[in-house]
Structures are given as structure tokens and as C-alpha cells.
Ligand binder design. Structure first.
Ligand code: PGA
Length: 246
């Protein structure tokens, strides 16, 4: 049986609305038969859902509100994302933690909203360069996940993805050694399984992934896929990446 290996394209705020729809159309025409998750920014989700209609590409959002409904200017509810056709949503990306001061408890509330709406969360965790240097990586990742575990215990079991993204590796061209990634994956799996073992959990890696480094990551036992930023907005680079998926 073929191993499930999830590729998630995180377009961040790199493209305008028109550029996003154009690139999504190119992806749909060129490799729409390959399953992966495309996460454009909010304003283009609806139009891109339309472009992806006859493809195997799934739609994902990059964030969601921690609230169900109400006076939350500028926020987007999980139920709206579901209505648009999102089946995945990234939460707790380090850029949101950094620029929007998102705490671990808020990230956990967002996960709760997604699970209630029937959307699969992709929860990002990862350490800074200083935390890595002082040997705190596993402790940092565990503390980022801690508020989530009580929420998972209250929800019925489904699938979740945890994306391990060392902050120092995002957009920098730097990458951790395979053994290092393996040790963090093992720590995440053991931690989540101990408290919320009924969940089907997959760990992804993200941070400067390219077509050249993909094989190395794909060989990591227990790795459920990759979260790709920069290389996912370049048609040729991403085409190569998806062609290497199987
Ligand atoms: P990158 O981004 O591939 O450009 O490093 C990954 C991410 O931030 O999800």
C-alpha cells in the first residue's frame, strides 16, 4: 500500500488575489490529479475552490478565529471556512505567533473551533534558534502542545496534523539534520499519544523544503508530510516537488 504523505502549500501573503487565482488555475491544469493541500490567503479561498473543482487538490486556510460567531472585526469563523469548502486549516504558524502574539491557549481554541466545524487542523510548533542552542527544543514543543491536549480529550477522535517547523529554518535556507527532526517527531508523538492516544496524529515537517531536500525528508520514518512555503509559489519548483511525492 502506498504511504500517505501529505504536502501542504502555504502561500502566506505572498501573492495578490489575482496572482493567487492564476497560479491555482495553473496547478489545477498541470497536476490537479495529485492530491495535496493548497492554503492561499482568505480573500482568494472561494475563487480558488472553484478552480480546484475537478481536481484532487484540497483547500486549506492559513488561520481561523478562536470564536464561533460575534463582534470580532477582521476575523473569519471556522463554519465559514467549512461553507467555502476548506477541509484543512493551518493554526499557530510561527509568523502568527510572532506578529499577532498568538498564545498556545488561543491556538488550542482555534483547533477546537476547527474540530467542531469538521476541518482538519494543521498545528504548527517549533523552537527559535536560541532555544535550539540551549537544548530546549523538546520542552518548547511540548509546552506549545500542552493546552491542546485537554481540548483533544474532550473531542471525539479524528485526524490532526502537527507541523514541526523550527523557526530558524523557515524561509532561511537552513535545515535541521534528519536525526534532529526524527528526535522531535518522536517526542511529539510520544507526548500526544500519552494524553490523547485515540487521535490519528501525523507529524509534518516545514522549513525551507525544496525539491532537492525532499527525498531526505521523505525517507524519515514516521514523517507524515511536508509544509512548504517559498517553494510552493514557484510553479516549476512546486511542480517538481509534487512529482516527487510518491
Ligand atoms: P518556507 O516556509 O518553506 O518558506 O521555509 C514554510 C512555512 O513557513 O510554512
Amino acid at each position: 500500500m502506498q504511504r500517505e504523505f501529505l504536502l501542504v502549500a502555504n502561500w502566506k501573503m505572498q501573492l495578490t488575489y489575482k496572482q493567487s487565482v492564476t497560479l491555482a488555475r495553473m496547478y489545477a491544469h498541470s497536476f490537479g490529479e495529485i492530491p495535496f493541500v493548497l492554503c492561499p490567503s482568505f480573500e482568494s479561498l472561494s475563487a480558488i475552490k472553484h478552480e480546484l473543482a475537478k481536481t484532487k487538490i484540497a483547500l486549506g486556510a492559513q488561520d481561523v478565529s478562536a470564536h464561533t460567531v460575534g463582534a470580532y472585526t477582521g476575523q473569519v469563523a471556522a463554519t465559514s471556512l467549512k461553507e467555502i469548502g476548506c477541509s484543512y486549516c493551518i493554526v499557530g504558524h510561527s509568523e502568527r505567533r510572532r506578529y499577532n502574539h498568538e498564545a498556545d491557549t488561543i491556538v488550542a481554541q482555534k483547533v477546537e473551533q476547527l474540530l467542531m466545524a469538521g476541518i482538519t487542523p494543521i498545528i504548527c510548533v517549533g523552537e527559535t534558534a536560541e532555544q535550539r542552542e540551549s537544548g530546549q527544543t523538546q520542552e518548547v514543543v511540548r509546552s506549545q502542545l500542552a493546552p491542546l491536549l485537554s481540548i483533544l480529550n474532550q473531542q471525539s477522535a479524528a485526524s490532526i496534523y502537527i507541523a514541526y517547523e523550527p523557526i530558524w529554518a523557515i524561509g532561511s535556507g537552513e535545515q535541521p539534520a534528519v536525526e534532529y527532526v526524527m528526535s522531535v517527531i518522536a517526542a511529539i508523538s510520544a507526548y500526544v499519544k500519552a494524553s490523547a492516544g485515540q487521535w490519528k496524529m501525523h507529524v509534518l515537517y516545514g522549513g525551507s523544503v525544496t525539491a532537492d531536500t525532499m527525498a531526505e525528508f521523505k525517507a524519515i520514518q514516521g514523517l507524515g508530510g511536508l509544509l512548504i512555503g517559498g517553494a510552493s509559489i514557484d510553479f516549476q519548483k512546486f511542480k517538481k516537488i509534487v512529482s516527487l511525492r510518491t
